[in-house]
Design a protein around this ligand. Structure first.
Ligand SMILES: N[C@@H](CCC(=O)N[C@@H](CS)C(=O)NCC(=O)O)C(=O)O
Length: 231
């Protein structure tokens, strides 16, 4: 059976920009598992109804339906134990989960404010109204206002990455000498940015920038080959 993945797409079906879907695609490639990705738009809620929730990624593996990128990572690790480890060891799972919650809250929370209008610009027509309404409600202001001050706001974003910068100045990957799921988590955030925006979120003298370059080339340059922008 081929694994299938519902993967958030923009107007162009091959523009895949969800940070969470990127984590899953990189995890599958790390495990050497082939996947058929299905382009999914925000308004395609019926297509993932069987998952009992309304967000992607949603993974189909035989008769198994798994949603939420963290749950999927654990599922892949536990189901495909004979494949390369995603977490490194049983003990590494908990600190990796901390990186997951840091990326979801601090990193993605700051990035969305920098990227919101670029995301909107790449959406499929059928998603625009829902996206504008739901995000303007969430931020309490027009989309365009949310990212209007991004040239100044990006400075704080870069500072907030200091925990990753310190470790990446000392070793090539968050996980150590080779990339593991910890790296795919944070890298997924940058793939979100790269897929839909030419805005410069990192400076080229940043150790995180060099790490991102290495990550783009790993796994047969899966990420670098995907439609996106280079800053
Ligand atoms: N905690 C979830 C978050 C998934 C998520 O928020 N996905 C977004 C796409 S990036 C989504 O499907 N949003 C649907 C919506 O906003 O209606 C995970 O890690 O998979």
């Amino acid at each position: 059976v081929t694994i299938k993945l519902f993967d958030l797409a923009g107007a162009e079906p091959d523009r895949r920009f969800s940070p969470y879907c990127w984590r899953t695609k990189l995890a599958l490639a790390h495990k050497g598992l082939t996947v058929e990705t299905i382009p999914w738009r925000f308004s395609d809620t019926d297509a993932i109804e069987m998952s009992g929730q309304r967000r992607v990624p949603v993974l189909l593996d035989g008769d198994k339906v798994v949603s939420d990128s963290w749950t999927i990572a654990e599922y892949l690790e536990d189901t495909y134990q004979h494949r390369p480890f995603l977490f490194g060891s049983a003990e590494a799972r908990a600190p990796t989960r901390f990186i997951n919650s840091w990326a979801d809250t601090v990193v993605n929370g700051a990035l969305v404010r920098l990227l919101l209008t670029d995301i909107y610009a790449h959406l499929h027509e059928k998603d625009r109204r829902y996206f504008r309404e739901s995000r303007e409600k969430r931020f309490g202001m027009p989309l365009e206002e949310v990212s209007a001050d991004r040239d100044t706001r990006v400075v704080g974003f870069r500072q907030s990455l200091e925990p990753a910068r310190i470790i990446l100045a000392a070793q090539p990957y968050l996980a150590g000498g080779r990339p593991l799921y910890a790296d795919y988590i944070l890298f997924g955030c940058f793939m979100w940015a790269r897929s839909i925006s030419s805005f410069r979120v990192l400076t080229s003298d940043d150790p995180i920038y060099s790490w991102r370059e290495r990550m783009l080339d790993n796994l047969s340059a899966l990420a670098r080959k995907a439609p996106g922008y280079s800053e």
